[in-house]
Design a protein around this ligand. Structure first.
Ligand code: AHG
Ligand code: MN
Ligand code: MN
Length: 322
């Protein structure tokens, strides 16, 4: 099995970007270890603080954020970072070539139940002429990402990453401490009989999504003429990993639970990197109106509607909005 750096060189990834990716992965290896020892090390449970998202931070959210933030800011490779757990973007090295956005731990509600969690990251090129402390440099659409990926802390610690030459799977090999390429050019099947959505929000959705899901639930006697299965891991990393592996549609639609916040998932830390991985694997990643990666962000913590996965199923869903 191929090691990470030679696999990246085969895809013509620059040495600078390879160094940055290896830096991020060094932090995730440490997070993987801390996650496995969390119960023993007193790292389960919540802090007393709330993050900028209005969510109470788990102890491991804070630890993971500090690990990634510190290693990136010390590396010299990054001009600035933005994190789901930081109020504002944080300046790095003025000569850094890259901007990194990350969700240090995705699926925080799974931490205390020893279930799936992961780290999601997204890399853009820094914009020459903009100061490292200027938050406006993060206002770049998802289609300008040069790399996106996640590390899933599951039974295996896996890296799923794209640099624009397909989506590849790697597994952390604890015997030598590096990530090994296990599957190149993963393809999301175009059709599926599986959907992922938090059904408890059903009554708050807009009519098109209500109608779409109702037709899936109607099964082989309904308009879709086939039975669908449902899965919800409550960690986007886990749900998207399943979709990449065996197909499916994943959605966090608009809802009216809190009128001030119609969307849940964050554009920079969740929707954009996952969209890049899904599209590079032949899937579709949309809101009900547009391609996610074409959204011009107006703030780093912006939230967005998400409908992504198997191409034909995403198109079937979007037809309900027309
Ligand atoms: P985070 O733990 O980083 O806040 O993200 C959780 C997100 C996403 O991963 C998941 O799909 C969704 O929130 C779960 O939402 P519900 O709690 O509504 O199921
Ligand atoms: Mn998240
Ligand atoms: Mn998170």
């Amino acid at each position: 099995m191929q090691r990470l750096a030679p696999a990246l060189r085969e895809d013509n990834v620059s040495l600078d970007l390879i160094s940055l990716i290896k830096t991020i992965l060094a932090a995730t290896k440490e997070i993987s270890f801390r996650v496995s020892q969390a119960h023993l090390g007193g790292l389960l449970g919540s802090t007393l603080d709330e993050n900028i998202q209005g969510e109470v931070q788990k102890k491991l959210d804070v630890v993971a954020n500090e690990l990634i933030k510190d290693i990136l800011l010390e590396s010299g490779f990054v001009k600035a970072i933005s994190s789901e757990e930081e109020d504002d973007s944080v300046a790095g090295d003025e000569n850094g070539k890259f901007l990194v956005s990350f969700d240090p731990l995705d699926g925080s509600s799974n931490i205390d139940i020893n279930s799936l969690i992961g780290t999601i990251f997204s890399i853009h090129e820094a914009i020459p002429g903009m100061a490292a402390d200027d938050p406006a440099q993060f206002k770049q659409a998802g289609h300008k990402q040069v790399c996106a990926g996640y590390v899933l802390y599951g039974p295996s610690t896996m890296l799923v990453m794209t640099t624009g030459k397909g989506t590849h799977f790697y597994v952390l090999d604890r015997t030598h401490g590096g990530f090994l390429l296990v599957e190149r050019n993963v393809q999301v099947p175009q059709d599926t009989k599986e959907f992922a959505v938090n059904m408890s929000n059903q009554r708050f959705w807009q009519a098109p999504m209500q109608n779409y899901i109702n037709d899936l639930l109607a099964g082989d006697t309904g308009p879709r003429g086939k039975n669908f299965n449902m899965r919800w891991i409550a960690a986007m990393v886990g749900d998207i990993h399943r979709v990449l592996q065996r197909g499916g549609i994943f959605t966090y639609p608009a809802d009216s639970k809190n009128p001030e916040q119609p969307y849940k998932l964050r554009l920079m830390y969740e929707a954009n990197p996952m969209s890049y991985l899904i599209e590079q694997a032949g899937g579709l990643a949309m809101t009900s109106k547009e391609r996610i990666m074409d959204i011009e962000p107006d703030s780093i913590h912006q939230r967005v509607e998400v409908i992504m996965g198997s191409k034909n199923e995403v198109e079937a869903c979007l037809a309900y909005y027309q």
